[in-house]
Write a protein that binds this ligand. Sequence first.
Ligand code: NDP
Ligand SMILES: C[C@H](CCC(=O)O)[C@H]1CC[C@H]2[C@@H]3C(=O)C[C@@H]4C[C@H](O)CC[C@]4(C)[C@H]3CC[C@]12C
Length: 295
Amino acid sequence: VYFYSAPENFNEEMLRGKRVIVTGASSGIGEQMAYHLARMGAHVLVTARTEAKLQKVVERCRELGAASARFVSGSMEDTAFAEEVVKEAENTWGGLDMLILNHIGHSYFNYFDGDVDHIRKLLETNFLSYVAMTVTALPMLKESEGNIVVVSSVAGKAPGPFAAPYSATKFALDGFFSSLRHEFIIENVNVSITLCILGYIDTGKLNATGARGLRRVAPSPKEECALEIIRSGALRQHELHYPPGIVNGMLLLRGLAPGFLDTLIRSNIVVENVQRAPPPHGTRVPPAGSPGSGR
Ligand SMILES: NC(=O)C1=CN([C@@H]2O[C@H](COP(=O)(O)OP(=O)(O)OC[C@H]3O[C@@H](n4cnc5c(N)ncnc54)[C@H](OP(=O)(O)O)[C@@H]3O)[C@@H](O)[C@H]2O)C=CC1
Ligand SMILES: C[C@H](CCC(=O)O)[C@H]1CC[C@H]2[C@@H]3C(=O)C[C@@H]4C[C@H](O)CC[C@]4(C)[C@H]3CC[C@]12C
């Protein structure tokens, strides 16, 4: 709790005039981060696929007092697009202070369906595009001694069932960015990396199956979550745990009593409410109880 709590010396003036990219900013936590940054007087470049939503976000950012606001639309499934977004910042501002990597591609809250292609695409969107943007932005971030902020999940530290593809992409982020942070420290590269470990947030992300499948979990507010992410990035913290009580508790248990934590995670899920999806085309799952099915 001590190591991952934000020190109290955050000042919103720290963001005034800063040049910030926010990905996945057409809705949810990313949209709220754009509004906070605008209020603080930052220059914001937002990106996602849906142009109409981004246009509205940019308008609102201008009303809220952003130093400037613009968008680039496209899909992060394509790493060339990820690099293009960073180039846009370079061409417009001639530099960059903060890179907030937040977008995720669509996945499911259900039994793993055996679809390897889905995992490949999700890794492109949720992981490789983060790496590509970091590589392209690094010269500018070194120059400004800036910040990289990576939005992850408890599913990227302490996995639960029904989120295997998503969880895999979030673990990849921890492996890559926590290793890179070591290298920056060894080489005195003054670019901070903040990994944000979030619990369940009220962005309406869970579909009906997921909502019925989760027991007793109340989502935390996206506005507060967005502010905490910006705060911990500006303070150059290594990790943010939000909401702190739940996430710190889970991570502490993971170290001390991992089997107990796994039991707790499963007890929070109503397995009967999560329906087994039909297998993808070309695969054959033997019916439960048949020889070789193992069920
Ligand atoms: N909500 C929660 O409970 C939790 C969320 N998190 C993390 O927080 C972050 C934000 O999540 P949240 O705000 O809930 O999600 P949202 O679904 O509200 O936002 C996702 C954003 O990503 C964009 N996006 C989706 N697909 C693509 C794509 N292929 N290329 C580019 N952009 C894309 C969406 O816009 P568009 O569709 O227009 O492209 C949208 O702006 C994620 O990293 C997530 O893992 C972590 C733990 C819990
Ligand atoms: C399945 C969701 C993505 C599907 C979509 O594209 O609509 C997941 C996105 C965020 C996940 C939640 C999260 O990261 C926090 C918890 C992690 C636990 O391991 C499982 C429950 C979560 C609330 C998890 C549920 C799936 C998502 C909503």
